[in-house]
Ligand binder design. Sequence first.
Ligand code: SIN
Length: 420
Amino acid sequence: MSLMEWVSGRTEKRHFYRKPGKFPLGAEANEVKREKMQQKRVKRDERRWMTVLKDRIGRVTRFSGALVAKVSIGLLVVAGLSPAGLQAAPGTKPVVWVLATGGTIAGQGESQVAAAYKPGTLRVEELLGAIPELAEVAEVRAEQFAQIASQNMDVATWLKLAARINELLADPAVAGVVVTHGTDTQEETAYFLNLTLKSDKPVVMASAMRPPSALGSDGSRNLYHAVVCAASPQAVGQGVMIVMDDKIIGADDATKVSTLDAGAFQDPDYGPLGIIYDGRPIFSRRSLKRHTLHSEFDVSGLDSLPRVEVVSSYAGATALFIHAAVRAGVRGIVIAGVGNGNMSAEMQNAAESAREQGVAIVRSSRIMRGPTTQWNEVDDDKLGFVASWYANPYRARILLMLALTRTDDYREIQRMFTQY
Ligand code: SIN
């Protein structure tokens, strides 16, 4: 018995009965083992190569994908557009439309120092002609949309303005729109547009507290910054903005807080969206409210909105104006309440009876900061009233007019006031 036979327990006898190669022994067995190990190595190497190959194919695919994307971008660039249709190709400038509506930014006084002036006097070409630096920022196209002091802004003009801006923004070559406007009702126009425009391209409002004829006029700076913002891809999806005193203020909270200061607009509850610095917008936050593309309101084809009036409460307030509004046939009344949207008992009785006659009642507040909340001193659910949350009385009026184009159900209207 050989050593191998002793270790394997197999005898020479068995060796005689085995088929050749079936039960290898000795050197033959070692050879078989080597062969098997070699086959395993080959298979392992094959697997490794397959992995490397797949990876390389993946990279090549990704590279060709990137190449295809780069070629597509190149073609867009040749066409003068960015991938988003918002950035100009090198050597070209983004197209920004400036729609002028009047206001102090287009005002004219008799001297550089006198307080008296007439708003809505200069034409848009004159405003733009004073800022040659705009040519470095954008290809600016201009339209004199209106020429009014903004205290005369109205629903009919808003509807036409929204239609015109929607039309301009639908053009893939247009990066954004600037609207020049008087400051008195600018926040209302901004909010209306924010809820009715159907594009995520930037729409920026520019205004002034001092006419161009005055020493230290702020209009050119605000207009330049508004164009900078409207031309910027950073501003896409931010909704409608007011740019004043180097700040970018979102339409969902913009409030005029001073009758005279050059920084007349603030966002009392949320703070500005960002600033304009060194010729570019720097954003620090984004509004989570529904607006523009995410708004459910569609005013295309409308030439009026349901009538809604604002009635104030104060010490000793009577029901006079609620009765008058109901008699005039309004569809809704916004209460500019005291504190958290409260009103005198006489007003509340009148509001309850108006509600019973089908008039929508929204409680808002004359206080500048903080929400007008549900489930407080007034039982809105029981009375069928709506609490305005962060909409001040003037934004609440706009939202209620739009809401009433879709529903009379106060629960649905309450849902809208929590989302916009
Ligand atoms: C206006 O709102 O048209 C006049 C006041 C202003 O623009 O500041």
